[in-house]
Ligand binder design. Structure first.
Ligand code: FMN
Length: 414
C-alpha cells in the first residue's frame, strides 16, 4: 500500500515531499507554519494579504497607523477613491515579511508566497507589480498566483532577474482558466512551473459560482492532465481542496497529480495564525455549520463557518487603514452595501449589512472564519480534554501524518 512518502515532487533536479501547505491570508498561514513545511521537505506558503498590517504586528513597523493618519480627513467620506497605497511602503513591507521568512528557512523544502490578484488596492497593476517583484527581490523560492485570472501577472515580473529561476505557478479551477492563462502568457516563452488545481471543497474564495457542488476535483485534474498531454506540456499538477488524509493524497498522486496542496488540517496547528479560541470553533464545527456564501466583496463565493462574526456586521469601511479590496476606481462592494444601509438608517446606529462584509477588517481581526469543507472532521484528528476543549496539534504532526499514513488513518497526537 502506497503512502505519500513514496512520491516526490520534482522541480528540475530538486526533489520535494509532495505536500504543499496552501496560502491562507491574513497571516493564517504564518511564516512559522510555512517554515515547518519547508523544514520537513515540503512547501509552505506565506501570504502577502494585508502585508502592512502583518509587518506591523511582526516587525513593529507603523505602516497602518501612518496610512490612517495620512487619510484621516477622508474617514467620514463615503467615497474612498482618493485612498492610495504608497508603493515604496508596499515594497518595504513585502521585503521585510518575505526576507525575514527566507532568512529563517531551514531544511530542503521551499517557501512560496500566495499573491491574490483580487487585492486590487485601488491601483491593481502597479501594486501587483510591486508585490511580485519585491517578493522576488527578497529571495522568495516561488510565487503562487491566486484569486484571479492573472492574465498579465507574468508580464509584470518579466524584467526581474529571477523571473526564469524562481518557481512561478497559478491556481486555477478549470481547464479553461489555464488555457486562457497560457494563451495570454505565451509571448513570454515562460511556462508556469506548477499549476494548482483547486476544487470546490477548498477553503477561502472559490473559483466557481454558487453551483460549486456540481464540480469534482478528480474530474478537473483529469481534464487538465489530458489537456497538458495533448499540448505536450510537462507542468506539475497540484491537486487541492478536500484532501484530508494521506490516502486521499495518494489517490491524486496515483492519478496524475505531482503533489497535493492542503490547508484545512493545518488551521488547528500551533503554528497557524488563527487565535486559539477560533481554532476551537473550527474543531467544534459540524457539517451543517460550514456554508458557502457571497458576502465577500471580491465577487467570488467564499466558504466559512455559519457563526462567523463578520456576517451581518455593519462596521464603517476601514479603507483609510486597509483598503486592499478597492478596485481600480476606488470602490468596493462592501462600501456600496454599507452606504445603502446608511441611506436607510441615517443615524448610523445598529447598522447590519447582510449581503457583503468588510473583508479587510474582519480577516485582519480573525473574525471571518473561512474554512475548507472538511473542517467538521478536524475533531477526529485530535484528543478532547475533560473541559471539552480540543488539543491543538503541531504542524510537524499533521505534515507527517499526511506523509506516512495509510488506509485513511489519522494519527492522534501524543
Ligand atoms: C482558512 C483558510 C484560508 C485560506 N486563504 C487562502 C488565501 O488567502 N489565498 C488562497 O489562494 N487560498 C486560500 N485558501 C485555500 C488554501 O490555500 C488551499 O488551497 C485549500 O484550502 C486546500 O483545501 P483543504 O483546505 O481542503 O485542504 C485558504 C484556505 C483556508 C482553509
Amino acid at each position: 500500500m502506497k503512502r505519500v512518502d513514496d512520491f516526490r515532487l520534482k522541480f528540475g533536479k530538486k526533489e520535494l515531499v509532495p505536500i504543499i501547505v496552501g496560502g491562507m491570508g491574513v497571516d493564517i498561514s504564518t511564516a512559522e507554519l510555512a517554515l515547518e513545511a519547508a523544514r520537513l521537505g515540503g512547501i509552505g506558503h506565506i501570504s502577502d494579504a494585508l502585508i502592512h498590517d502583518v509587518s506591523d504586528r511582526r516587525f513593529d513597523t507603523s505602516y497602518v497607523k501612518n496610512k490612517t493618519r495620512f487619510y484621516k480627513a477622508n474617514i467620514d467620506n463615503s467615497d474612498k477613491s482618493s485612498v492610495q497605497f504608497d508603493l515604496a511602503h508596499l515594497a518595504e513591507a513585502t521585503q521585510l515579511h518575505v526576507g525575514r521568512t527566507m532568512e529563517a528557512k531551514r531544511g530542503d523544502g521551499m517557501v512560496f508566497v500566495n499573491c491574490m490578484e483580487k487585492l486590487t488596492m485601488n491601483s491593481p497593476r502597479d501594486t501587483l507589480q510591486v508585490r511580485l517583484n519585491s517578493a522576488l527581490d527578497a529571495g522568495i523560492d516561488g510565487i503562487t498566483l491566486s484569486a484571479g485570472l492573472h492574465l498579465g501577472s507574468f508580464g509584470l515580473m518579466a524584467e526581474h532577474p529571477r523571473f526564469r529561476d524562481a518557481k512561478l505557478g497559478i491556481i486555477v479551477s478549470s481547464v479553461r482558466a489555464l488555457q486562457l492563462f497560457l494563451r495570454k502568457t505565451a509571448r513570454l516563452e515562460r511556462l508556469p512551473d506548477f499549476v494548482v488545481i483547486e476544487g470546490p471543497l477548498a477553503g477561502g474564495h472559490l473559483g466557481f459560482g454558487l453551483d460549486w457542488a456540481q464540480y469534482d476535483l478528480a474530474t478537473i485534474v483529469a481534464e487538465v492532465a489530458q489537456f497538458l498531454k495533448t499540448e505536450q506540456l510537462d507542468i506539475p499538477l497540484i491537486a487541492a481542496g478536500g484532501i484530508f488524509t494521506g490516502s486521499d493524497a495518494v489517490s491524486f498522486l496515483e492519478h496524475g497529480a505531482a503533489a497535493v496542496q492542503v490547508a484545512t488540517r493545518f488551521t488547528v496547528a500551533n503554528e497557524c495564525g488563527l487565535p486559539d479560541k477560533v481554532k476551537q470553533e473550527y474543531f467544534k464545527a459540524s457539517e451543517e455549520d460550514i456554508i458557502v456564501n457571497t458576502v465577500s466583496p471580491t465577487g467570488y463565493p467564499m466558504r466559512m463557518l455559519r457563526n462567523t462574526p463578520a456576517i451581518g456586521s455593519g462596521i464603517r469601511p476601514n479603507c483609510e487603514s486597509y483598503g486592499y479590496l478597492l478596485d481600480g476606481s476606488g470602490s468596493c462592494a462592501y462600501i456600496t452595501a454599507y452606504n445603502r444601509e446608511i441611506g436607510l438608517h441615517p443615524d448610523g446606529k445598529n447598522i447590519s449589512v447582510m449581503d457583503k462584509t468588510c473583508l479587510c477588517t474582519h480577516m485582519r481581526n480573525y473574525n471571518c472564519w473561512t474554512c475548507g469543507s472538511s473542517t467538521y472532521r478536524l475533531k477526529d484528528t485530535t484528543r478532547r480534554a475533560a473541559d471539552g476543549s480540543y488539543q491543538q496539534l503541531s504542524a510537524e504532526h499533521i505534515f507527517r501524518d499526511y506523509q506516512f499514513s495509510v488506509e485513511h488513518q489519522v494519527a492522534l497526537p501524543e
